[in-house]
Design a protein around this ligand. Structure first.
Ligand code: SF4
Length: 333
């Protein structure tokens, strides 16, 4: 896995599919109040790479994913796709042009499917809008995709409410992938599902990634699952990335104090290892993105805080001893 991770990371360095540079997304609430949801994120993602994006609720993970595929405007910074700088604000023509390149699988399979459309209409909509295919050809492709995600072609005429949560997420996956995009943002695709079906959906996503050569940004809470699925892990805190590196390395040898605490407070799936491990609780709440502290954003909760941390925001820089890993912390400066 280490070799694979290192190879993927170096491939990403050489030929990124996506180059994110200083990307920010703020929301103005009026009266000078501004939410810094995403603040100066830089990350390269290589073709066929799976990057797991982790962090607590409110860290900006979903906003980053939505900004990458144009569902939110960019306040500052840039996103380059195969070398082309994407617009700060998408127009309808940009969505049309990029629909075959980038898609998103949403968190909640209950609210993300239109209840008044049949499953056939939902899955086939992308083909209807973005290709010149006729009705019969679209039906054939929808039937093939229903099989591919483990459903039946005769489910085409049914409505979303007739399906379980896991089946609805399979419908959401077919809808996102029918145009065969290269890059897919998976926004906590299993967090609304029963534990019993989570593994099945993850297995399906892994198979499709492999067969279609997809590049994924996989947003999740569950660090052990992200480690299992992802080549690299990116840890987000209060709008910024604090650590990036090969998943196993970050999981087993975290360097940023926040990553350390996040991993140690994440339950181990193996009961024996869970009993044996020394758990440390991540104390306190993540500060509001309306009142971002100056300096290091983790300073208000960091057990290793120093005077300098309150003044200077640390940049995300490669570690001196492992160039494939990046950490934003003055301890490593
Ligand atoms: Fe902690 Fe300072 Fe590092 Fe921030 S920069 S994580 S406050 S030691």
């Amino acid at each position: 896995m280490d070799d694979l991770n290192t190879a993927t990371a170096s491939a990403a360095d050489q030929q990124p599919l996506l180059e994110i540079d200083g990307l920010s997304r703020y929301f103005d609430l009026g009266k000078g109040r501004r939410v810094h949801a995403v603040d100066g994120v830089s990350l390269n993602i290589g073709a066929r790479e799976i990057v797991g994006l982790v962090g607590e609720s409110g860290s900006g993970k979903s906003t980053l994913g939505k900004t990458l595929i144009g569902l939110h405007d960019k306040t500052a910074g840039s996103v380059r796709w195969r070398g082309e700088t994407l617009p700060a604000r998408y127009r309808a023509a940009d969505f049309r042009r990029l629909a075959k390149s980038m898609q998103m699988i949403f968190q909640d399979p209950y609210s993300s499917l239109n209840p008044r459309m049949t499953v056939g209409e939902i899955i086939g909509e992308g083909l209807r809008l973005h290709t010149g295919l006729g009705t019969n050809a679209i039906r054939e492709q929808v039937a093939a995709w229903l099989r591919r995600v483990g459903l039946e072609p005769d489910h085409m005429g049914r409505y979303p409410h007739e399906f379980s949560g896991g089946q609805r997420q399979r419908i959401g996956i077919a809808r996102a992938l029918i145009l065969e995009p290269e890059f897919v943002v998976c926004d906590e695709p299993i967090s609304a599902l029963d534990v019993s079906v989570q593994a099945q959906v993850i297995r399906l996503l892994g198979e499709l990634q492999d067969n279609l050569g997809l590049t994924l940004l996989f947003i999740a809470h569950d660090l052990s699952m992200v480690r299992y699925l992802s080549d690299r892990m990116a840890v987000m805190y209060l709008g910024g990335l604090v650590e990036v590196g090969p998943s196993d390395d970050v999981y087993f040898d975290p360097r940023h104090p926040y990553t350390e605490l996040l991993i140690s407070s994440n339950p181990e799936p193996d009961p024996a290892r869970e009993r044996a491990r020394a758990s440390v609780t991540l104390a306190g709440e993540i500060p509001s993105p309306l009142n971002v502290p100056p300096g290091c954003r983790f300073a208000t909760r960091c057990p290793k805080v120093m005077e300098r941390c309150h003044r200077e925001r640390p940049a995300l820089l490669p570690l001196k001893d492992v160039s494939t890993r990046q950490v934003a912390c003055h301890l490593y400066a």
